[in-house]
Design a protein around this ligand. Structure first.
Ligand code: 5GP
Length: 208
């Protein structure tokens, strides 16, 4: 059976990358989708690890080729999820987690109504400002842009299946990991195995 598709979305600075990183460390049946982006790498970011970094022209060729399951322009840069990579990992039985912006999450949910969507909320506006400032990777303009987008983004939480509030990181990771594990135990996913187990009981009953 194909793995689940998990969509994680949040405003910038809500800590979704750290949170998803924590869930990935704990769960070896979970694989990240490494996005393509036209954004230049930040210090410490590696090609093929954090993102596949490409030029805007390369990205546009990929759009035209239908390579993306979803893509969006976020804060002036292009970001997209490779359809082929997600399909391959799910076919191999892995749950695939997409850490994407709100517009991309809406596209992915429409395309995959069975996807499990999780919204990460910062505990407060102050906490978000503090995280963005501490990150220190963005320019002052960039920071204002990200904060300006946050209200509109946060309003979208109502469209998600689950909400995790990232106040205490470990607890938030527990919650995200629990959602992913619980979704694997749903009847529609476990029904096949449960039926096989039931059959062994039926056979032994028939043998008596
Ligand atoms: P950053 O530049 O801070 O790495 O990412 C900016 C935003 O783009 C974040 O909200 C991030 O989750 C989002 N993002 C990263 N990859 C993708 C993607 O493949 N598709 C979409 N729609 N958003 C993405």
């Amino acid at each position: 059976m194909n793995g689940n598709l998990i969509i994680v979305s949040a405003p910038s600075g809500a800590g979704k990358t750290t949170l998803v990183g924590g869930a990935l460390k704990r769960d070896h049946l979970l694989k990240p989708s490494i996005s393509f982006t036209s954004r230049p790498p930040r210090d410490g970011e590696e090609q093929g690890v954090h993102y596949h970094f490409v030029s805007r022209a390369e990205f546009e060729t990929m759009i035209a080729g239908g390579d993306f399951l979803e893509w969006a322009e976020v804060h002036g840069n292009l970001y997209g999820t490779s359809r082929r990579m997600v399909e391959a990992a799910r076919e191999a039985g892995f749950d695939v987690i997409l850490t994407i912006d709100i517009q991309g999450a809406a596209q992915a949910r429409k395309l995959f109504p069975d996807a499990i969507s999780v919204f990460i909320l910062p505990p407060s506006l102050n906490a978000l400002v503090e995280r963005l400032e501490n990150r220190g990777t963005d320019t002052a303009d960039d920071l204002q842009l990200r904060l300006g987008n946050a209200l509109h983004e946060i309003e979208q939480y109502v469209n998600f299946d689950y909400v995790v509030i990232n106040e205490v990181l470990d607890r938030a990771i527990d919650e995200l990991a629990a959602i992913i594990v619980a979704e694997r135990c749903r009847l529609k996913r476990r029904g096949g195995v449960a039926e096989q187990i039931l059959q062994t009981f039926r056979k032994q009953e028939g043998g008596h």
